[in-house]
Design a protein around this ligand. Structure first.
Ligand code: FES
Length: 125
């Protein structure tokens, strides 16, 4: 039997603005959502350097700047910039946005996605 990916609702698109960040929690995972060009990305919110809360950082294009020592992470894949090698790559997570309700769902059980796939809502109108 094929296991269904575990997408869980974490927020709504209306909670975010363009260029904005939002911290959410799934189980023990702290995750930061970022909106760039109307797409949502999700990655680990704990900086791999000294553990800063990345939802308090700054988004510069696709780069999330850590609020403490300014490491740069690409929100699309969680990778640290070659310019800020004191931090290590972080996990990123697949995102789905329900086009009808605007609900943001992420799947923390399969890492490495990062891109903002959109899904059509089925049924409810
Ligand atoms: S805690 Fe993020 S760069 Fe140091």
């Amino acid at each position: 039997m094929v296991e269904t990916p575990k997408f869980q609702k974490v927020a709504n698109k209306s909670d975010l603005r363009e260029g904005g960040l939002l911290g959410v929690q799934i189980d023990s995972n702290r995750i930061v959502l970022a909106m760039v060009e109307d797409k949502i990305y999700a990655m680990n919110a704990v900086c791999s350097h000294k553990g800063a809360p990345l939802e308090e950082g700054t988004l510069l294009g696709y780069d999330l700047k850590c609020p403490w020592h300014f490491a740069l992470f690409d929100v699309r894949n969680g990778k640290v910039s070659a310019k800020t090698v004191w931090a290590k790559d972080l996990e990123s997570y697949p995102v789905q946005v329900d086009q009808t309700t605007g609900d943001i769902l992420i799947n923390v059980s399969s890492s490495g996605g990062g891109s903002a796939d959109s899904v059509k809502a089925s049924g409810t109108k």
